[in-house]
Each structure stands twice: as C-alpha cells, then as structure tokens.
Design a binder for this molecule. Structure first.
Ligand code: URA
Length: 193
C-alpha cells in the first residue's frame, strides 16, 4: 500500500468530523489495490462493516463479490470504498452534513489512485458524486465529468429487496469490464454528460 493511502486510512480511522464518529464501532476506510483502474463506491458501512472495519463484508458485500466475479473482476485487484466511512445508526441514509464532511476522504482516495473509471453503486453515491437524484436514466451508462469517467449501476443492497436486480448488477458489471478493456486499448467509448 502507498504511504499516502496508508496515511489517509489512519486519518479515516481517527476521524471525528461528524457525529457518526460517536456511534461507530470502527470507521471503514476503502480497501483493495492501489494499482486498480476502477474504484467501486457505495453508500456507507452497514452493521458487519462497522464491526469489521472493512467495506462490503456483509450480505451486500457477498452480492457485490458474486457480481464482480461474474463480470471477470478479481476483488483483490480492485478498490472498494464508500462515500461515507462510518455507519449511520440503523443503516439510515447519510445526511448532507455527513456526506459533506466525509467528502475529503473520497476525493483523496481518487487523487491517490487516479482510476480510469469510477463505478457508482446506487443513488447515494450518485447524488454525492454527480449531483444526480435517481440512477434510472443513467444506469449502465458512462458519464464524463471534469475529465473523469463514471459508470452508474444499482446498489448491491437493492438486490436483497428486489432479487431481479441481481442479474442487472451482474450484466452492468460485465458491461463495465468490457468498457474498461476498451479504455485500456485506447478504443473510443460512448459517454453521456
Ligand atoms: N453498503 C454500502 O454501501 N457499503 C458497505 O460497505 C456495505 C453495505
């Protein structure tokens, strides 16, 4: 791991910028390979993540891992993080103040890793990163914003409540894998603004 990423993780672990620091068991920094071309970004840690201090290790994590494998990604080769690094009580959605105070950490992760593409998992990350309110229009598409490419898909936890989304997530991640192959080969890809 790079020194910079290591320092960032230590700041996340000790962070007291918002009140979630008072109720958390562990802060949950991002995890995975710094050499990755793609970062996956979820909402916030759930109960298992809070207990273990690692992202996507509970039920949603299992669904994400299966979809990643289906699409041809190896979990240890990519980087996974959340827009908010501490668990909101009862898994409620993070509020604006929590999103705003945590934004510096995600920005720094993106600066250090400089991924070719960012995979947005669900509405909260979509809202926080691209100011979008609902993913439906852009799901499965690539968006270019300020010279960074983003790919939008459903949140793995949505699959728990709507199992039909399981195949949607798998197909989207397969599309993302193909897009990444094209980017690496210098092939032009279609983007939305
Ligand atoms: N849901 C998320 O958004 N992130 C996690 O780390 C786990 C569940």
């Amino acid at each position: 791991m790079s020194d910079e990423l290591d320092t960032l993780k230590k700041s996340v672990v000790l962070c007291t910028l918002c009140d979630l620091s008072k109720s958390r068991t562990n802060a949950v920094p991002g995890s995975g390979s710094i050499k990755t071309d793609v970062i996956f970004i979820g909402e916030a840690p759930g109960r298992n993540e809070d207990l273990q201090g690692a992202p996507f290790v509970g039920t949603a994590g299992k669904i994400l891992s299966e979809a990643l494998e289906y699409a041809g990604f190896t979990r240890s080769d990519i980087y996974i993080t959340n827009v908010v690094k501490c668990r909101p009580p009862n898994n409620r959605r993070p509020n604006k103040q929590e999103l705003d105070s945590c934004r510096i950490y995600l920005q720094k992760e993106l600066e250090i890793i400089r991924p070719k593409i960012v995979c947005i998992l669900g509405n909260t990350a979509y809202g926080s990163l691209l100011d979008g309110s609902e993913i439906t229009k852009n799901r499965g598409k690539v968006i270019k914003r300020d010279d960074q490419l983003y790919f939008v898909t459903v949140h793995p936890a949505a699959v728990i409540y709507n199992p039909e989304l399981g195949q949607v997530l798998k197909n989207d991640l397969k599309t993302l894998h193909d897009i990444l192959d094209k980017i690496k080969k210098g092939i032009q890809i279609q983007t939305s603004e």
